[in-house]
Design a protein around this ligand. Structure first.
Ligand SMILES: Nc1ncnc2c1ncn2[C@@H]1O[C@H](COP(=O)(O)OP(=O)(O)O)[C@@H](O)[C@H]1O
Ligand SMILES: [Mg+2]
Length: 311
């Protein structure tokens, strides 16, 4: 039914009932209404208005639902659709809205895909340059230092040894940065080893990362592995940076549909914090491979990030 006829019939129903009540009720109105008569008419009018408002509220409720969804919709949490019943204008509006969401979600996923692959390519390039250019230069400097230290007199040789040490530390740091930018182990040794290295990297005096990677994992495409790795990396970064936790559990297990990554800490929990670039980034990556991501405060405190991947 069109919106016009919907509202018209609701009003007509209310007015008809009011007229019937007037016809069959034992009421009369004098030419100049008496107080009792005026009160009855006022009460009747109020009742009619209330009934009208209630029916309009019911009749227009699909629009209210639509407005609610429109104001709260988040393209990074896809899948929200309204059910459209009937054939009227409201149903048509809802159907149009649903198909608009479909298009926006697809567009969002593909633009996120383009941005992320550009970002990964850039990281790859920087990691390679760090490794090949600065890494090689520092290695050459280290060899020179070694040679010079051998020929140098005693006090200078000692100092040169210290310079060698700090150069070696810088080299290690550069390798670490390059690895973080581009998880080479992921390509070389696979996801399980890359996650082991990641867990090791985040284990410090105050934080222990317990890692549990299933041995029966299905073979995952390279881009899916990268998403799992990046989500684990961001979750561990957040746990280390925000949670004040002592333990983090990093679990990657096989499920009926694919794999599930779960990173759970025993820290202070989200406490209503707004999602920042990190969590939004995880959502974008999840969207890219059709995975489902949830970030929530655990029932027993702490924060849990879950990535459900369909293989
Ligand atoms: N494991 C966690 N424990 C406690 N708070 C967290 C955790 N992860 C995220 N948060 C909260 O959520 C916010 C948003 O996280 P994120 O999107 O990664 O942005 P960023 O890390 O850049 O602040 C953080 O600022 C923090 O307040
Ligand atoms: Mg973060």
């Amino acid at each position: 039914m069109s919106l016009f006829w919907r509202i018209f019939s609701l009003n007509a129903a209310v007015l008809t009932v009011a007229a019937l009540v007037l016809l069959f009720a034992p009421v009369t109105v004098s030419a100049t209404a008496r107080l009792a008569e005026a009160l009855i008419i006022l009460a009747g009018t109020a009742l009619t208005l209330v009934a009208n408002a209630a029916m309009l509220r019911v009749g227009l409720s699909p629009l209210a639902r639509l407005t609610r969804v429109m104001t709260t919709i988040d393209l990074l949490k896809p899948g929200t659709r309204l059910s459209a019943r009937g054939h009227g204008e409201i149903a048509q509006l809802i159907t149009t809205f649903n198909s608009m969401l479909e298009r926006l979600e697809a567009e969002r996923a593909s633009s996120a895909g383009r941005a992320l692959s550009a970002q990964e390519a850039e990281r790859h390039r920087i990691a390679q340059e760090l490794h090949d250019e600065i890494g090689q230069t520092l290695t050459a400097v280290l060899l020179d230092l070694k040679r010079v230290a051998k020929a140098a007199p005693e006090p200078v040789a000692d100092q040169l040894l210290q310079v060698q040490e700090s150069t070696r530390n810088s080299l290690d740091e550069i390798r670490r940065i390059a690895r973080r930018l581009r998880p080479g182990v992921l390509d070389e040794l696979g996801l399980a080893s890359a996650l082991r290295a990641l867990a090791g990297e985040f284990t410090t005096a105050g934080l222990s990362v317990r890692r549990q990677v299933g041995s029966d994992l299905p073979v995952l495409p390279k881009d899916v592995e990268l998403v799992v790795y990046r989500v684990a990396q961001e979750s561990l970064t957040n746990a280390a940076r925000h949670s004040a936790a002592q333990h983090v559990d990093l679990v990657l297990a096989r499920t009926d549909f694919g794999v599930r990554l779960c990173v759970r800490d025993d820290g202070r929990g989200l406490r209503g914090a707004a999602e920042g670039a990190g969590i939004r980034g995880m959502r974008e990556r999840a969207l890219l491979i059709g995975a489902h991501l949830t970030v929530e405060s655990g029932t027993t405190g702490g924060t849990a990030v879950q990535l459900e991947v369909k293989a």
